[in-house]
Every structure is written in structure tokens, then in C-alpha cells.
Design a protein around this ligand. Structure first.
Ligand SMILES: NC(=O)c1ccc[n+]([C@@H]2O[C@H](COP(=O)([O-])OP(=O)(O)OC[C@H]3O[C@@H](n4cnc5c(N)ncnc54)[C@H](OP(=O)(O)O)[C@@H]3O)[C@@H](O)[C@H]2O)c1
Length: 228
């Protein structure tokens, strides 16, 4: 990526795992948090894990957002809308916002194996209504287990990337492909995020039932569908 990647909520398992994988791949990452100190602690943990050449720092969410052209949202659904409203003035024109959010019913005290109905169709489509004009929202990484991302093993999961901006889709597919084992597949329009988000509720149920860390693989497409 040309500039830094801001991972907002990167102190949590999903954002931390993505940040760790990207820093390992040589990317420059800014961990975002509601608390700058917590963000710096997470950055220091990545630095310690990856080594002296690691390019990682920590900032409060809005400051992290202001310093990056690629912003990855990894906060629970209950904080999704408020965070987007907070960072809106800091999102640079032409930026990409990558939304990993799964609107689990757990956000309102329900089950993690069920999702909420979102007026716009999905959390990612809600995000698209909240970002400034000229900013592309890309839905991705919903099905990638934080437990696996935080380990050392190859990630046995495909990432379905959905967006209404083909260039942004390509950028995020390239970024996803930097995680060993991941094949990043163009999933079409942003409206398809509603399907990809729902799959995660099923995966959580499978993990509970079978005690594992499930992912998805898409088979049967021509080889070029898996290449970036
Ligand atoms: N966990 C997974 O395996 C997984 C897989 C795929 C997708 N996802 C998606 O990735 C996102 C993050 O998942 P996670 O398991 O890492 O979540 P999490 O641990 O609940 O939250 C991640 C971080 O978000 C911040 N946060 C918590 N509540 C917030 C609020 N109300 N407003 C703003 N920030 C808040 C916290 O950071 P600070 O306190 O430092 O601000 C926290 O460390 C979710 O939307 C989830 O659906 C998760």
C-alpha cells in the first residue's frame, strides 16, 4: 500500500490480528483506539512480535484516521455508527474505508449466532451512507477468524471483497492477499455485504457446535478469480 493503514479498534482481536499480519508483510499500520495509550500498547506488542523493522504506531481513532488513506473498521456493531460520525471530518477525500463489521444480535444483548436487520441492508451499506462523498466503502474480512489471524499459521480462509468501486476492490484484494493463505475474491457490489456478514453468524454457530475456528473457501471458479 502506498501509505499507512489505520486499523480503528485495532486493540481488539480482529483488528490486532489483521494489523499483525500486515505489519509482518511489511505494511505500515497505525492502530486506532478510543484511548491513545491503549493503541500504543497494542502497537508495542506488534513491534515486539515482528521485530525492529516493524512499521507500527498507535493513536486515538480520529488521529489514526487523519493520518491514513486506508481505514479499516474493526469495532463491534454497537460502536459502528458513532465511530463513523466521529471520524467523518477526518476522513481524507479519496480514501477507502474497509468495513469488517458483522451486525451480531449480541450487540443488543442477543445471540452471537444471529444478526440484526439493518435498514440499509448491511453494516457496510450503513457505513457507505455515513462517509463523506468521494470515499469508497469496501466490505471484507467478515469471515476471517481473529483466533487464526493472531496465530502464526497460514490463514485457511478466503476473503470476499464487496464494493461499488472496482479500484477500491482491487486495492483491498491486494491487501488481503498479503495474509498468507488468504485468497481475495471479488464479491461484486457492496450490497452483497449483507450475505457475507450473515455467513459469520453461521461460522460462529459452527465454532460453538464443533469447537473450532471455521473459515470459508470458494471453489470452482477459474484460476484468475483467485489472482489479484
Ligand atoms: N473476532 C472475530 O473473529 C471477527 C471475525 C470477523 C469479523 N469481526 C468483526 O470485527 C469487529 C471487531 O471484532 P472484535 O472481536 O475484535 O471486537 P471487540 O474486541 O469487541 O472490539 C474491538 C475494539 O473495538 C473497540 N470498541 C469496543 N466497543 C466500542 C464502542 N462501543 N465504540 C467504539 N469502539 C469500541 C475496543 O477498542 P478500544 O477500547 O481500544 O477503543 C475494542 O478493543 C466486529 O465488528 C466483528 O464483527 C470479528
Amino acid at each position: 500500500m502506498p501509505g499507512a493503514i489505520a486499523v480503528l479498534g485495532g486493540t481488539g482481536p480482529e483488528g490486532f490480528g489483521l494489523a499483525l499480519r500486515w505489519v509482518r508483510a511489511g505494511e505500515s499500520v497505525i492502530i486506532g483506539s478510543r484511548d491513545a495509550g491503549r493503541a500504543r500498547e497494542s502497537a508495542a506488542r506488534i513491534q515486539a512480535a515482528v521485530g525492529a523493522n516493524a512499521r507500527v504506531s498507535g493513536e486515538e481513532n480520529t488521529a489514526a484516521c487523519a493520518a491514513a488513506d486506508l481505514i479499516v473498521l474493526t469495532v463491534p456493531f454497537e460502536g459502528h455508527c458513532a465511530l463513523l460520525k466521529q471520524i467523518k471530518p477526518a476522513i481524507r477525500s479519496g480514501s477507502i474505508v474497509v468495513d469488517t463489521t458483522v451486525p451480531l444480535a449480541a450487540s443488543v444483548g442477543g445471540r452471537a449466532t444471529r444478526t440484526l436487520g439493518i435498514w440499509e441492508g448491511s453494516a457496510a451499506q450503513q457505513a457507505a451512507e455515513l462517509v463523506p462523498q468521494g470515499v469508497s466503502v469496501v466490505a471484507a474480512f467478515h469471515n476471517t477468524s481473529a483466533d487464526i489471524l493472531n496465530g502464526d499459521a497460514t490463514v485457511d480462509c478466503d476473503v470476499i471483497v464487496c464494493s461499488d468501486d472496482p479500484e477500491a476492490t482491487k486495492t483491498v484484494r491486494t491487501l488481503a492477499s498479503k495474509i498468507p493463505g488468504v485468497r481475495a475474491i471479488d464479491g461484486g457490489k457492496l450490497e452483497n455485504a449483507r450475505i457475507v456478514e450473515q455467513i459469520t453468524a453461521l461460522l460462529i454457530g459452527l465454532n460453538i457446535r464443533h469447537k473450532g475456528h471455521s473459515g470459508i473457501r470458494i471453489t470452482g471458479l477459474p484460476e484468475k478469480a483467485y489472482e489479484v
